[in-house]
Design a protein around this ligand. Structure first.
Ligand code: FAD
Length: 385
């Protein structure tokens, strides 16, 4: 089977390439290529450049300030962004809470938050997981009790990525402890800049602050911070990702990784590597499957368990690319990762990429629904088990 892009999609892809060539700061993209982190300022600056072009929120409809692209265009955009090593957009705002506000928000909430997300004037973190609630989120126990015009929130969230940079949090809280688990949960939008919020770092095995635990000690959240109806937070959370869940194949990230693997191999003078062809074939198969699903969706067809399949295969492929790069980098990839070492990479230029990928992509098979959970969905929906 040979997949052909429409002519207008090819023209679109050229426009994206030209924009990236003229607007992306080469120093920033080089940092990303080598596996170094970018600062919040650099990420925000890139968001504002995209916003000026109307491209900051590829997934938002035109009326909310997005470009209203088809899923196929978004897929192509993603591949070009990653391929040019552009900073990633703030996913919590653009891909999660933004679409939820567009769908469930009041006019006041839309006016208060959407323009600020588009212009990187506000940054979010996601407060779902708790020590006793991960895959089974219906068991969240952080309490929110109504008191006058406020909810009073007490409890704690864990694995909260980027909480140390965020000024706002969207979270699942229990508002009715007597209802069935899914029915007693509400979805709140809260300001983190409050003494009743405490953020404690959680360090990953590479010594980096990858997550946080966030404690709420009677945090008062105005009732206007409720998104959707009270006790209907489960519905909001379930629909939060909306069409985003179709873009879980990580094809763009795998393409970026593949080009890293190839340059590492050529730097080492290795022209044939037995594992490379296998990875390339898997990537082409994944891309074709993703494009087939997205095209069907754009044509108005329904979607079943395919997003779970794409997440499963896509996250495993990125990790296998990492493994190969790590093997090529050999012991140079070992000493922690780029930000932990004075002077950057020891040995080859790709050693940092290898270490950075190996550490940071481990979470892909856990966050957003573990691989076991994806297997369960596929078993239920496809095999009827
Ligand atoms: C990099 C990273 C970033 C994250 N960022 C955030 C964030 O910003 N905000 C946030 O709220 N959370 C975040 N998380 C947490 C993430 O959502 C949870 O780790 C995930 O949902 C799994 O929950 P858990 O860790 O409690 O594991 P558990 O749910 O306790 O699962 C433990 C193990 O049991 C398996 N398991 C569980 N249930 C089943 C089942 N029914 N059938 C078969 N196997 C099962 C799981 O697959 C897993 O292997 C992040 C996680 C990672 C790795």
């Amino acid at each position: 089977m040979r997949l052909q892009l429409l002519d207008e999609d090819k023209v679109f892809r050229e426009e994206v390439r030209e924009f990236l060539a003229s607007h992306l700061d080469p120093e920033v993209s080089e940092k990303i290529r080598l596996g170094y982190p970018v600062s919040k300022e650099e990420q925000d600056d890139w968001t504002r450049r995209l916003n000026a072009k109307g491209w900051a929120a590829p997934n938002w409809p035109v009326e909310a300030g997005g470009p209203g692209w088809t899923m196929v265009r978004r897929h192509l955009f993603d591949i070009e962004m990653r391929g040019h090593h552009a900073p990633e957009l703030q996913g919590f705002g653009f891909s999660m809470v933004g679409p939820a506000i567009i769908k469930y928000g009041t006019e006041e909430q839309k006016a208060a938050y959407l323009p600020k997300i588009l212009n990187a004037d506000i940054s979010w973190c996601q407060g779902y997981s708790e020590t006793g609630a991960g895959s089974d989120l219906a068991t969240v126990s952080t309490r929110a009790i109504v008191d006058g015009d406020d909810y009073v929130v007490t409890g704690s969230k864990i694995w909260t990525s980027a909480a140390e940079r965020a000024d706002h949090i969207f979270m699942l809280v229990r508002t009715d402890p007597d209802a069935k688990p899914q029915l007693g949960i509400s979805f709140l939008l809260a300001d983190m800049r409050n003494p009743a919020v405490r953020v404690e770092p959680l360090m990953a095995f590479n010594g980096k602050r990858l997550w946080n635990q966030v404690f709420f000690d009677e945090l008062r959240v105005p009732r206007s911070g409720l998104l959707g109806d009270e006790n209907q937070g489960w519905t909001v959370a379930k629909n939060l990702l909306g069409n985003e869940r179709l873009l879980v194949s990580r094809v763009a990230e795998s393409r970026r990784m593949l080009s890293n693997v190839r340059s590492a191999l050529s730097e080492e003078g290795i022209s044939v590597h037995s594992g490379l062809a296998g990875l390339m074939i898997r990537l082409e198969a994944l891309d074709a499957t993703a494009l087939r699903l997205l095209t069907r969706f754009d044509q108005g067809h329904g979607v079943g368990a395919e997003p779970s399949m794409l997440k499963l295969k896509g996250s495993q492929l990125v990790q296998d690319m990492d493994r190969m790069l790590y093997e090529v980098a050999c012991y140079y990839g070992l000493p922690l990762d780029s930000t932990m070492r004075e002077g950057g990479a020891a040995g080859s230029t790709y050693a940092d990429m290898a270490a950075s990928g190996m550490f940071h992509h481990r979470g892909y098979t856990i966050a957003g629904g573990t691989s076991e959970i994806q297997h369960n969905i596929i078993a239920r929906q496809v095999l009827g088990l």
